[in-house]
Ligand binder design. Structure first.
Ligand SMILES: Nc1ncnc2c1ncn2[C@@H]1O[C@H](COP(=O)(O)OP(=O)(O)OP(=O)(O)O)[C@@H](O)[C@H]1O
Ligand SMILES: [Mg+2]
Length: 268
């Protein structure tokens, strides 16, 4: 049986107030020095509650990917704190950092699959690193491939798979380490509309059936509308707006949000 931590039950079961699955507190990230300095994040604070699908939108260069990478500490913020399920992970290093990262799955725009491994081999990879036995790895990977509808293509190489299939392998791989949080950076940008729709249904299914919290960066407004409950508009490294998708789309308060919503209307 496929098992994923159900973060949504944490606070509820104990009867205490629900702890955010992710809390970003005044996160700042600057790249480079002197004349080359870029302030990618200028103090970003966001809470994502357990079980949410939270969208992050913004124009190119707004800091969306930087923000996602600060969550799993692929980038280290110069200031601010990152909490995962109430635990301050900002200063994690070494083995604790690696074990923390295992609880955070990541799905990328360009899939980032290992080309010399089959779909199965890609999904077993994180479990090899985690030291699971071959039998456990193969069994769980096949369950995950079944879950994403790709059991029949377990022994195909990435070059033999379509974009949508590759992204499904990416999801199965991300789920392999039983994450509590799934981060997606433009997961549908390289997919055609039909494949995008079926991928989004899979995401919703994962969210519903496994209770997995999802943070998704996208520049595609229809993607936000299809799956997200709340959304933050990032503008030049700041949260310009944050609210339910309905609120932000119906009455964008900032210029950045108005531009994005207008572009979506033109694109639709
Ligand atoms: N490794 C890096 N070194 C220097 N500057 C960087 C680096 N990564 C990002 N930046 C800069 O930081 C800013 C934010 O970049 P980021 O990639 O987070 O934007 P984004 O919102 O994801 O954009 P896009 O929609 O184009 O993917 C940009 O000005 C970018 O040029
Ligand atoms: Mg980006």
């Amino acid at each position: 049986m496929l098992h994923i931590h159900n973060g949504f039950l944490n606070g509820k079961a104990s009867g205490t107030a629900t702890v955010p699955m992710l809390r970003l507190e005044n996160v700042q990230k600057t790249y480079g020095r002197g004349a080359n300095q870029v302030q990618a994040l200028r103090g970003v604070s966001i809470d994502v509650m357990p079980g949410e699908i939270f969208g992050i939108i913004g124009l190119s260069g707004a800091g969306k990917s930087t923000l996602i990478r600060c969550i799993n500490l692929l980038e280290r913020p110069q200031a601010g704190r990152v909490y995962i399920d109430g635990v301050d992970v900002t200063d994690y290093k070494g083995a604790v950092l690696r074990s923390m990262r295992r609880q955070i799955g990541m799905v990328f725009q360009h899939f980032n699959l290992l080309t010399n491994r089959t779909a199965l081999g890609n999904v077993t990879f994180p479990m090899e690193i985690a030291g699971l036995s071959r039998r456990e790895r193969d069994q769980r990977a096949l369950e995950l491939l079944e879950f994403v509808g790709l059991r029949a293509k377990a022994h195909r190489y990435p070059s033999e798979l379509s974009g949508g299939e590759k992204q499904r392998v990416g999801i199965a791989r991300a789920l392999a380490s039983e994450p509590r949080l799934l981060l997606c950076d433009e997961p549908t940008s390289a997919l055609d509309p039909e494949t995008t729709a079926s991928f989004l249904n899979l995401l919703k299914d994962i969210n519903r059936r496994l209770g997995l919290t999802i943070v998704m960066v996208t520049h595609q407004m229809h993607v936000v509308r299809a799956v997200c409950g709340r959304v933050a508009v990032l503008d030049q490294g700041r949260v310009a707006e944050l609210g339910t998708v309905a609120e932000v789309f119906a009455a964008p308060k900032t210029e950045a949000a108005r531009r994005l919503v207008k572009e979506a209307a033109i694109g639709a």
